[in-house]
Design a protein around this ligand. Structure first.
Ligand code: UN1
Length: 507
């Protein structure tokens, strides 16, 4: 039998060297990086101590002081070059994403495409960081609002989108005139090293970008805490669990720093009586099983009208029974591995609790693809009598809870009846039901889609959600404003001094 472990390690290391990462950064270090594909150790990376973070932030702060003076369209040129380098290295970085976190090839490549897209978006934005001119109530006065760079932006990212989430934040922060300090997931340091190397190629082509504009911190929790607690970091964007976000948000609030939180989702889709069921079936399959259920936006609940339940759900069960689960690198399986054994345990625990409160489970069992050191599962569909137990929690695994409803109000109440508020969707062709769902009394989520699933957002919209999802918005629309500071300017170009609100103070 060929030694696949040795071959994955060799491939990862050759990709890292092709992408320009120095061997010292992955050849020997305290932290082993394990591929979920087969459990092989891909590399060993040195981890930073929390005590070293301050110095890295000092360099980033120096970089910010210089970068904020560079005209924004010129800053956009650096991001244009970053997008260019990402295009040139798309295959290698996409492959490394697949090796490190187990994504199917098209999803690994899709993640890099998402990075390219946000770079393009940010380049255009670099000429559009518009302020306002507001009518003043006073004669010979002008009232304006402008946006200035804010400082060092901290980015904390999760394993499941190990590089795209950095780019949503970094591409915007860089055109906004900020420096970026990134603490990636301990489970995905290699793609972070590769991304940093790609950034450095772009910076070298740019010529005079200040050193320290983009800094990578590989470390454990203490390193993240040091970043979050540093007074020179006015904004921290954190993606991950609600538990992590609560800890980060509290620490940031203590020092009045800005938090951009993108935390847990418990995303539901409603299938109404007028839905195109063929389309819904395909959308549910991708939404609930794609990326092995490890997207923040993964569809975790399906709320089906009683009139279509017995048509849709048996068909869905057949898809669950036949979907290909396998090695994402050597097969065209649609469902790859879970990230690790802890994710497998959490999934099994959730399924047991669902059964205990009356759920009927289809699937969910472990599939032996590459032996004991990797964790592949058949996705699980769980028919639930009520929205109780694990249904109101986010379990980062491919579990879809299915519930039945009678009228739309009940369906919307079920959908909104969980602590999380990231993404949601509705299937149907009755415009009254659709518009009701999108209205103020409809979905309470940051994302509400029609006739598609809950995942796979484009970068052009603002991304994020409400309630325990944390309220932050990243990526498109006007999310850039979170990476700048707003300044209101009142300018008197006359010879007298009228006071606002007609106040008199004559001395
Ligand atoms: C995440 O899972 O953290 O909408 C982000 C999507 C992707 C991003 C997901 N564009 O599924």
């Amino acid at each position: 039998m060929p030694d696949t472990h040795a071959s994955l390690r060799a491939e990862a290391q050759s990709l890292l060297s092709e992408l320009g990462v120095r061997e010292a950064a992955y050849g020997s270090g305290a932290r082993q990086v394990v591929s979920p594909v087969d459990g092989s150790v891909l590399a060993s990376v040195p981890m930073m101590e929390a005590g070293e973070v301050g110095e890295a932030i000092s360099r980033a702060h120096e970089a910010y002081l210089a970068w904020r003076l560079v005209p924004a369209p010129r800053r956009g040129e650096l991001v244009r070059l970053l997008g260019d380098e990402l295009r040139a290295h798309k295959n290698a970085l996409g492959r490394l994403v697949s090796l490190e976190v187990g994504k199917a090839p098209s999803e690994g490549l899709g993640e890099v495409q998402e990075m390219i897209d946000i770079c393009d978006f940010a380049v255009g934005l670099s000429r559009q960081l518009y302020g306002l001119v507001i009518p003043s109530e006073r004669a010979d006065h002008k009232l304006t609002e402008q946006w200035h760079p804010v400082g060092v932006v901290g980015v904390i990212s999760a394993f499941n989108f190990p590089v795209a989430v950095w780019s949503w934040n970094a591409a915007l922060a860089l055109v906004c005139g900020d420096a970026v300090v990134w603490k990636p997931s301990e489970k995905a340091p290699l793609t972070a090293l590769a991304t940093q190397a790609i950034f450095e190629k772009a910076a070298a082509r740019f010529g005079d970008a200040p050193a320290g504009l983009s800094t990578l911190l590989l470390g454990e929790r203490g390193v993240g805490e040091a970043l979050v607690d540093d007074a020179r970091v006015p904004v921290v964007s954190a993606t991950g669990s609600t538990r992590m976000g609560r800890a980060v948000g509290e620490r940031l609030a203590r020092r009045f720093a800005r938090a951009i939180l993108e935390l847990g989702g418990n995303n539901a889709s409603i299938v109404t009586p007028s839905a195109d069921l063929d389309l819904a079936l395909r959308a549910v399959a991708f939404g609930a099983m794609g990326t092995a259920g490890q997207r923040c936006t993964t569809m975790r609940r399906l709320i089906v009208h009683e009139s279509v339940y017995d048509t849709l759900v048996p068909r869905l069960k057949r898809v669950y029974g036949s979907i290909s689960v396998g090695n994402p690198l050597t097969s065209d399986a649609l469902v790859g591995p879970l990230i690790d054994g802890a994710a497998f345990e959490a999934m099994q625990t959730a399924l047991q609790s669902a059964t205990a409160v009356g759920g009927t489970v289809t699937g969910g069992e472990r599939v032996d693809v590459n032996g004991d050191a990797s964790f592949y599962v058949r996705p699980a569909l769980v028919e639930m009598p009520a929205q109780t137990g694990p249904v109101v929690e986010e379990t980062f695994a491919p579990i879809l809870y299915v519930l039945k409803y009678r009228d739309l109000d009940e369906a919307i109440a079920l959908q909104n009846g969980v602590p999380q508020g990231l993404s949601s969707s509705i299937f149907g062709t009755d415009m009254r039901e659709i518009e009701r769902y999108l209205s103020a009394s409809g979905s309470d989520c940051g994302i509400a889609n029609v006739n598609m699933g809950t995942s796979g957002a484009e970068i052009g919209g603002a991304f994020g959600g409400e309630k325990e999802t944390g309220g932050g918005r990243e990526s498109g629309s006007d999310a850039w404003k979170a990476y700048m500071r707003r300044q209101t300017n009142a300018i008197n170009y006359g010879h007298s001094l009228p006071l606002a609100q007609g106040v008199k103070f004559d001395v």
